[in-house]
Unconditional design. Structure first.
Length: 172
């Protein structure tokens, strides 16, 4: 009984994961769909998901039109300044751009995203330690000392992440 319930749950969950609905398959402008996917930097393999989903409804995806749209859309997505935006939002990059500058900016943005994520994590850990310190038994000085030392280490790390790392280079 338990196994059949798990199987039913898995099937119902997977059924909700289609990339495109039957209605969308029937009315899709494949060029525009590709254009949107390219503009959003989606995984280029998504067209295969569309083809699989639409095949269930006996609808054939126009992959040539989709690819043309995707190529046009990636021209906007691959603008060098967009690389930083994509990276700083923590979005996945699927290698669709030929621009080295896009990739460099993406990597810089990704570093910023990771820095922000770590700052959030540190703030949460510090707040948790503050709660532990305020509710700790004041007679347990070893525990308080350990908690304060942990907090100090986390605060030092947070401070280093908040301090900009500026390098000056002078060429004469």
């Amino acid at each position: 009984m338990k196994t059949s319930l798990m199987a039913l749950f898995a099937v119902s969950t997977l059924a909700g994961c289609s990339s495109i609905s039957v209605e969308e398959c029937q009315t899709a402008d494949w060029y525009q769909t590709g254009y949107r996917d390219g503009q959003n930097g989606n995984n280029p393999n998504i067209v295969n998901d569309y083809a699989s989903d639409c095949a269930e409804a006996n609808i054939v995806v126009d992959k040539v039109a989709w690819q043309k749209g995707f190529s046009q859309g990636t021209r906007l997505y691959c603008a060098p300044n967009n690389g930083y935006v994509v990276g700083s939002q923590g979005r996945t990059y699927y290698g669709v751009c030929d621009s080295d500058q896009f990739l460099k900016n993406y990597q810089l943005g990704k570093l910023e995203y990771q820095r922000q994520q770590r700052l959030t994590e540190l703030n949460n850990q510090i707040a948790d330690l503050d709660r532990q310190i305020s509710s700790a038994d004041k007679g347990d000085s070893k525990k308080l000392e350990r908690l304060r030392a942990q907090r100090k280490d986390l605060a030092r790390e947070r401070s280093s992440l908040l301090t900009p790392n500026v390098n000056f280079r002078f060429d004469f």
